[in-house]
Design a protein around this ligand. Structure first.
Ligand SMILES: Cc1cc2nc3c(=O)[nH]c(=O)nc-3n(C[C@H](O)[C@H](O)[C@H](O)COP(=O)(O)O)c2cc1C
Length: 214
C-alpha cells in the first residue's frame, strides 16, 4: 500500500485518552525497551521495563524515557526513585529476557523486589546504588539530567533525561570492537509493538547512506 488518496482525521482531544494511547502505541513502533533498575531512599530495589525510550543527544550521551503516572494517578516507583536518588541503570532486553522483562512490569507494591519476582540476575553495587542487571549484556549507568513534567494524572508522562555516565559491556562480548557498534545479532534485542505484541530483530536488511546531493 502506498500513495494513499484518502485519510480519516482523528482529533485526540475528542476521544478518551486510553483509545488514543492504544492507537499511538500501534503507530509508533517498534520501540526499544529500557529495563530500568533503581533503588529507593530506603533501599528498596526496583526493576521495570519502559519502551518510550530513546537517545536524544550524543556529546555527551543523553537518553530519554517517558514515564507515565499510574492509572490511579499515583507516581510509578521508578520515577519516584529516580527523582529521589538522581540515578538509575538501563539494561537492554534481548529475546531470551523478553518474558522476564514483561513479568517485571507487573504493578507490584513499592517494597516488592522485581528482580526476585521475575528471576532476573543482578550484581549489587553497594548501599544506595541501583543494581547492575547481569541478565543484560549492556548496562547504561545514568545520572538524572532533568525531568520535564508534562502534567499530572492518568495518561500523563514525565520526560526523564539522563546522562550516561558509564557503560558496562559484558566481557562475553570482548571479541567485538565496541567502537564499531555491536551487531544486531549479538544484541538480539526485542522491540515493543502495539497491544501485547513484541518483535524480534532478526529479519534484517541494510541500506547504505545516500551520497551528498549534487
Ligand atoms: C515492554 C513494556 C514497556 C513499557 N513501557 C512503559 C513506558 O515507556 N512508560 C511507562 O510509564 N510505562 C511503561 N510500561 C509499564 C511499566 O513497566 C509498569 O507500569 C510498571 O509497573 C512500572 O513499575 P514501577 O511502578 O515499579 O516503576 C511498560 C511495560 C512493558 C511490559
Amino acid at each position: 500500500m502506498s500513495n494513499h488518496k484518502e485519510f480519516l482525521t482523528i482529533r485526540p482531544h475528542e476521544h478518551f485518552w486510553v483509545e488514543v494511547y492504544h492507537f499511538m502505541n500501534s503507530v509508533v513502533q517498534p520501540r526499544p525497551i529500557a529495563w530500568i533498575s533503581t533503588v529507593s531512599e530506603t533501599g528498596d530495589f526496583n526493576l521495570s521495563p519502559f519502551s518510550y525510550f530513546n537517545i536524544c543527544s550524543m556529546n555527551p550521551p543523553i537518553i530519554s524515557n517517558a514515564i507515565f503516572y499510574n492509572r490511579d494517578g499515583s507516581e510509578k516507583d521508578t520515577l519516584r526513585n529516580i527523582k529521589a536518588t538522581g540515578k538509575y541503570i538501563v539494561g537492554t532486553v534481548s529475546f531470551e529476557n523478553a518474558n522476564k522483562a514483561n513479568i517485571s512490569s507487573a504493578p507490584f507494591d513499592r517494597d516488592v523486589d522485581e528482580f526476585s519476582e521475575a528471576n532476573v540476575s543482578f550484581s549489587d553495587r553497594g548501599t544506595g546504588e541501583p543494581r547492575l542487571i547481569t541478565d543484560s549484556p549492556v548496562n547504561l549507568l545514568c545520572d538524572l539530567n532533568q525531568t520535564v513534567e508534562l502534567g499530572e494524572g492518568a495518561g500523563v508522562g514525565t520526560l526523564v533525561l539522563g546522562n550516561v555516565r558509564e557503560i558496562m559491556l559484558s566481557k562475553e562480548m570482548s571479541n567485538v570492537d565496541w567502537k564499531k557498534g555491536l551487531s544486531p545479532e549479538i544484541m538480539n534485542n526485542v522491540g515493543r509493538m502495539g497491544a501485547d505484541y513484541y518483535t524480534k530483530t532478526t529479519d534484517l536488511f541494510q541500506l547504505g547512506r545516500p551520497d551528498k546531493k549534487k
